[in-house]
Design a protein around this ligand. Structure first.
Ligand code: NIG
Ligand code: FE
Length: 406
């Protein structure tokens, strides 16, 4: 323990060290990156101890040369559904033939088919299925990843999903969220009551999740039901998140701001009123551009949200139905193309703001006191991170100052 705490390494050979300031950044603040040429980074006990010009670097017990490439903070993926069984390849074909995502769901397919397969899987099977997905995300550069339940429907399966996430925390840095995703076809009201009275207290007592998320949508939960569920979550000490405005702006954004939710995610159907509400609140607006690409939906108004002064983050939404995206840098690249963010805004969105969307302030920036989670790119220019589509811009991933060997 003592030895580990004292481990000290100076990383040198950094052509550019690029970072937002720690903590959530909003509006124009998202573009204000620090870009240090010919830099060095001192890590002590897994935490950043010093950053600056290499010529001014303090002496350290160990040095690690990075060979003249750009270094950026580890990316945070604040929205995934990485635990699922079965596949949605038939849906993929049907959608390519013109059937909509909502229509598949209304017919009992879509999310409901993943629910059937996931409920039938054991915890060990769920762990084995999720592991390579989380590996892919981490190798891409995601050093902290949120994972939701939500394909369980029955409470035993929901808890099994969260137990699978807990098991995987031995290998990955994960933030678990209980997702109340789709209601049963009958007994809607009773289901909401049981979620509030039984499932949320059980999950809170067992420490299986830190947040509760609700899919607030026509085919899922109403604003009134979403409020009841998220108030129960707050009562039991869990934070609130929402899937809202994916297809219809039902009022989920106002609810999120009113409840002080950590984040409200999707926003493809958001308009001026929702943008103004988010600009006036601390709730993080999470863009999920993989959904725009995969479902051919309109893009969430990322540019307008930043210009209005909101705190904007990006996430992969990794899931088998609406966003089979396994790369965190690709999410940044898509946010630039589809949501109108600049590369600098996308970096803030995928680091400090994504961390804030999980209630975390200790990561996402390379500054003294922050976790030493960082990425060495192949390129000496940080802008290559959000440029490539389908390449792998990240060469090495460091978590707590230690290099991960893929
Ligand atoms: O964030 N829209 C609701 N939930 C997920 C999709 C899950 C699925 O299609 O399996 C989403 O897009
Ligand atoms: Fe989602």
């Amino acid at each position: 323990m003592r030895g580990a705490e004292l481990t000290e390494t100076l990383f040198t050979g950094i052509a550019q060290l690029v970072t937002p300031a720690p903590g959530p950044q909003r509006g124009a603040g998202m573009r204000e990156l620090t870009v240090l040429p010919d830099a060095a980074l001192l890590v002590r006990g897994g935490v950043v101890a010093w950053v600056g010009a290499e010529r001014d670097a303090p002496a350290a017990a160990h040095t690690h040369g990075l060979g003249g490439v750009a270094v950026v903070p580890g990316l945070v993926d604040p929205h995934t559904h990485a635990v699922w069984a079965g596949d949605r390849l038939r849906d993929f074909e049907a959608r390519a033939a013109g059937v909509s995502y909502e229509e598949l769901l209304a017919r009992g397919g879509g999310i409901r088919s993943t629910v059937r397969a996931t409920a039938a899987a054991s915890q060990a099977e769920l762990v084995a299925l999720a592991r390579p997905r989380l590996q892919a995300l981490r190798e891409s550069g995601a050093t902290t990843v949120e994972v939701k339940s939500g394909y369980g429907l029955d409470f035993g399966a929901e808890v099994r999903m969260l137990e699978a996430v807990r098991e995987l925390t031995a290998e990955f840095t994960l933030m678990p969220t209980l997702l109340i995703h789709v209601p049963p076809t009958e007994g809607h009201g009773e289901y909401v009551q049981a979620v509030c009275g039984d499932l949320i207290p059980e999950v809170a007592r067992a420490g299986l999740a830190t947040a509760v998320d609700v899919f607030c949508e026509k085919e899922a939960f109403s604003v009134v039901e979403t409020r009841a569920i998220l108030e129960a979550a707050k009562f039991h000490g869990l934070t609130a998140k929402l899937h809202a405005d994916q297809f219809h702006a039902l009022g989920g954004v106002d609810l999120a701001c009113d409840l002080g939710a950590l984040s409200v995610d999707h926003l493809e159907a958001s308009g001026e009123a929702q943008i103004a509400a988010l600009a006036a609140s601390d709730t993080v607006a999470i863009l999920l551009p993989g959904v725009t690409l995969h479902l051919g939906l309109p893009a969430a108004p990322g540019r307008a949200l930043v210009d209005a002064g909101a705190c904007v983050a990006v996430g992969s939404d990794l899931n088998p139905g609406s966003s089979p995206v396994f790369s965190a840098p690709l999410v940044l690249a898509l946010a630039v193309r589809l949501n109108g963010l600049t590369p600098a805004e996308a970096l803030s969105a995928g680091t400090v703001n994504a961390a804030a969307a999980l209630g975390l302030r200790d990561r996402g920036a390379l500054a003294p006191g922050q976790r030493a989670d960082f990425l060495a790119l192949h390129s000496p220019d940080w802008r290559d991170l959000a440029f490539a589509l389908g390449a792998r811009p990240v060469r090495d991933v460091f978590v707590g100052g230690k290099e991960l060997t893929p």
